[in-house]
Design a protein around this ligand. Structure first.
Ligand code: GLU
Length: 292
């Protein structure tokens, strides 16, 4: 007997859940149902500056109200920071990470006036390599002075170490209709940050570590994260983690939200609920009228 597929819904509680979250959760539940899969809930709250406990509790309550169900206790990433740091240490031990002390302004200034300097998929200027080759002495000196730093992946080195071209199985589609076996090109991110200055780790490292630890076989999430998958595939190869299937879904446009929430002020599930909208109305509006 083969094990049941494992899906997860993984919101970041840095605000109230809205219709976009509801869509993603219900989409995940529907995919899992179709394949006889299990559904887990993961709270992605590594950003202790923006995530609040009250949002976590509210998210769990809102999801239950919506009719989304999951197995077991939700995994809270904030309780596993050491696990993500250990994964970073493994990459560092292979010479794949380096500290970058440059501020955003310094990076922007470095590329200013360089016509057609590329941006990463988040719209940030591609990192121009400012601190990639700092000497060990300079790094030690900056560290000793307490200058904050992020940890960046040396992309070329990482790609060389990973070997061959990277691909992933896409059951949904990317923003340009990418589907099927998709080429993953992490170079579009440049020397991506894997350890943030403020919190020490990053979404990319936490998500791949947890998907593996939780045995996730099917990642369902919004198209806004489609390009992040290239980094995730690279990290999975470097860390020897299994490769899940991916299914990126459309994003809920403001139109849908506005229609429903005209009287409700905003699109948070909580405010809709307080305005008298029922969970079954929300499910129907989002195209999940069949999900009880
Ligand atoms: N926590 C991410 C978000 O809320 C989703 C992560 C994922 O599904 O990979 O945007």
């Amino acid at each position: 007997m083969t094990a049941a597929p494992i899906f997860r819904f993984a919101p970041s509680p840095n605000g109230a859940l809205h219709l976009g979250h509801a869509y993603s959760a219900l989409f995940t539940a529907r995919c899992a149902r179709a394949l006889g899969g299990r559904v887990l809930l993961r709270i992605e709250d590594i950003d202790f500056i923006r995530c609040q406990d009250s949002y976590v509790h509210q998210a769990i309550e809102d999801l239950a109200w919506l009719g989304f169900s999951w197995e077991g206790e939700p995994r809270r990433q904030s309780q596993h920071m050491a696990t993500y740091r250990a994964a970073l240490d493994r990459l560092a031990a292979r010479g794949l990470l380096y500290p970058c002390f440059a501020s955003r302004q310094e990076i922007r200034a470095a590329v200013e006036g360089r016509k057609d300097w590329p941006a990463d998929p988040d719209g940030q200027p591609l990192y121009p390599g400012l601190h990639r080759h700092l000497s060990e002495a300079d790094r030690a000196e900056l560290r000793a002075r307490g200058v904050p730093f992020s940890l960046r992946l040396d992309m070329e080195r990482a790609l060389a170490m990973a070997g061959g071209p990277l691909t992933f199985a896409e059951d949904g589609s990317g923003p340009l209709g990418e589907t099927g076996v998709v080429q993953a090109d992490p170079r579009i991110w440049g020397d991506v940050i894997l350890g943030r200055k403020d919190i020490g780790v990053s979404y990319h490292i936490a998500v791949v570590v947890d998907d593996a630890l939780q045995g996730v076989t099917h990642v369902t999430r919004g198209q806004d994260l489609f390009h992040a998958t290239a980094v995730h595939r690279l990290l999975q190869v470097l860390l020897g983690l299994p490769e899940p299937r991916y299914c990126h879904h459309r994003l809920i446009s403001d139109e849908t939200g506005r229609k429903l929430s005209k009287s409700a002020g905003d699109r948070s599930l909580r405010s809709l609920r307080e305005a008298g909208v029922t969970a079954s109305e929300i499910r129907a509006l989002l195209g999940f009228g069949d999900m009880a």
